[in-house]
Design a protein around this ligand. Structure first.
Ligand code: BES
Ligand code: MN
Ligand code: ZN
Length: 498
């Protein structure tokens, strides 16, 4: 789907479908008002007769509106009863609108939703969300279906309509960033959705090479197991021992900033399938452990979006990638391994493997002299218990960084919630046989996992995002969400704004 910005009055511009909002009980948005006037009160009549629903996200398609309107159809979208929309409601409305147009037969549409009033959000935000919500509405993972049929009348172009010339630039800005971010989100979703046999560590390494082909500004380096051995990454390699697929450490560099600018480093957990290893998981829903590389997927998505937008920042994406499987040579509970940092780890549970690969990647990150390091990982089931599927868990050693990420999550409607990273929790990691164990006790599992990681961050500023509850949906709509690409991109965009 292509996106652009059009300037003009909604009744005067030609399109297959013009999209406007109405609120309860009978409040027309400015664009709806103009269409109502031009059609001699058609919208008002339909509202009065109850044919137009005003509940948030409700859609009503009007074919062949009365004379005076250049569009072939009008899609009226309900906006609920609030005068000012909540940001989340706007996204819901934009998504519902595109889903409805996609099924309407219209090949192009002109949407005036970005002119609705949204609390604390500017036009650029609304234009951007119109794009990302629309792309989410039409996303499908059907590359493995033999009978995948493309939509009969796909929506090929969506124009963001603005009434005044003064607003064109800002809307265009939003559309441009929206397209790049939507591409990043789609990439993250697609990588997440691919099953373990089609998304191995080698496949992820190939993905990095493919990204480099698309964006020549990227530098890509793949470290093989022998390279990791040389670096002393005994912890990462201990997870890979049970797998026949070789582990990869994928490094992507984008230098859009000034030479001396310290980079942002994103580290993504890339366990392409997590069976638990010798501490084998129960069978129920084990298929979902193909999503255990969604942290890595969000790094790929963000690197792609940053490169597409040519953001003036320096960025490094690091993805430790491996499977976690049981085997005769797999790491056993009680084994002690030596990490790249030199610290020894007693592996009491081979299912706590994410931290074992991340710790070596976090040590490796020092070599880039980072401004900040953010790791993203489907790390703990405990995070799902604590926060459910709405907020991701955020922990870290630098409050200004944590605050910036919390704010970015709010702005992008990809929200995070902070948990404490206090020394008291760290004590749970003590071991009789090594410098630390890889698990704490039963309580505060998300925090003790972060405490473990915190032992490898040295003195750089660091935040950890536990996305176990938000990276994918389960049930009928099972599939990767692409979170938290939106949060990360908002954070990076915010950085370029100061
Ligand atoms: N990938 C899982 C975490 C996970 C589980 C995410 C379920 C989403 C849904 C991780 O590797 C894991 O197995 N963690 C263990 C840690 C425990 C052994 C301390 C967990 O959460 O049970
Ligand atoms: Mn595990
Ligand atoms: Zn895992």
């Amino acid at each position: 789907m292509d996106f652009n910005v059009k300037c003009g009055d909604p009744e005067k511009l030609r399109s297959a479908c013009v999209v406007v909002g109405v609120s309860a009980p009978r409040r027309l948005s400015a664009a709806a008002e103009r269409l109502d006037k031009a059609s001699q009160g058609q919208l008002g009549e339909l509202l009065k007769s109850g044919d137009i629903g005003t509940d948030c996200g409700n859609t009503t398609l009007i074919h062949s509106p009365r004379g005076g309107i250049q569009a072939k159809r009008i899609l009226v979208v309900g906006c609920g009863k609030d005068k000012q929309l909540a940001p989340k409601a706007f996204i819901k409305i934009a998504r519902a609108a595109t889903a409805a147009v996609e099924n309407s037969g219209a090949g192009d549409a002109l949407s005036y939703l970005a002119e609705l009033e949204v609390a604390d959000r500017d036009l650029a935000w609304k234009a951007r969300q119109t794009v990302t919500a629309s792309r989410a509405a039409v996303y499908a993972f059907d590359e493995l279906k033999s009978d995948a049929k493309p939509a009969k009348h796909p929506l090929r172009r969506l124009s963001v309509g603005v009434s005044s010339h003064e607003h064109v630039d800002e809307a265009q800005d939003g559309v441009r960033s929206g397209v790049a971010i939507a591409n990043g989100i789609d990439l993250a979703r697609t990588l997440g959705n691919r099953p373990g046999n089609r998304c191995t560590p080698s496949d992820l390494a190939q993905q990095a090479q493919d990204l480099k082909k698309t964006f020549s500004a990227l530098k890509v380096e793949i470290l093989e197991e022998k390279d990791m051995e040389k670096l002393g990454m005994g912890s990462l390699l201990s997870v890979a021992r049970g797998s026949r697929e070789p582990a990869k450490l994928i490094v992507m560099q984008y230098n859009g900033g000034k030479k001396g600018d310290k980079p942002v480093v994103l580290v993504g957990k890339g366990v392409t399938f997590d069976s638990g290893g010798i501490s084998l998981k129960p069978g129920a829903a084990m298929d979902e452990m193909k999503f255990d590389m969604c942290g890595a997927a969000s790094v790929f998505g963000s690197v792609s979006a940053v490169a597409e937008l040519k953001l003036p920042i320096n960025l490094v994406g690091i993805v430790p990638a491996t499977e976690n499987l049981p085997d005769g040579s797999a790491t056993k509970p009680g084994d002690v391994v030596t990490s790249m940092s030199g610290q020894t780890i007693e592996v009491l549970n081979t299912d706590a493997e994410g931290r074992l690969i991340l710790c070596d990647a976090l040590t490796y990150a020092k070599k880039f002299d980072p401004d900040v390091v953010i790791d993203i990982a489907t790390l703990t089931g405990a995070c799902v218990v604590a926060l459910g599927h709405h907020a991701l868990g955020l922990l870290g050693n630098d409050q200004p960084l944590a605050d910036a990420l919390l704010a970015a999550g709010q702005t992008a409607c990809d929200r995070a919630w902070q948990l404490p990273l206090w020394d008291e929790y760290d004590e749970a990691l003590s071991s009789n046989f090594a410098d630390m164990a890889n698990i704490g006790g039963r309580s505060a599992g998300t925090i003790t996992a972060a405490c473990f990681l915190g032992r490898f961050t040295g003195d750089y500023r660091w935040a950890h995002l536990d996305i176990a509850g938000v990276a994918w949906d389960t049930g009928k709509n099972k599939g990767a969400t692409g979170r938290p690409v939106s949060l990360l991109m908002q954070y990076l965009l915010d950085r370029t704004a100061d």
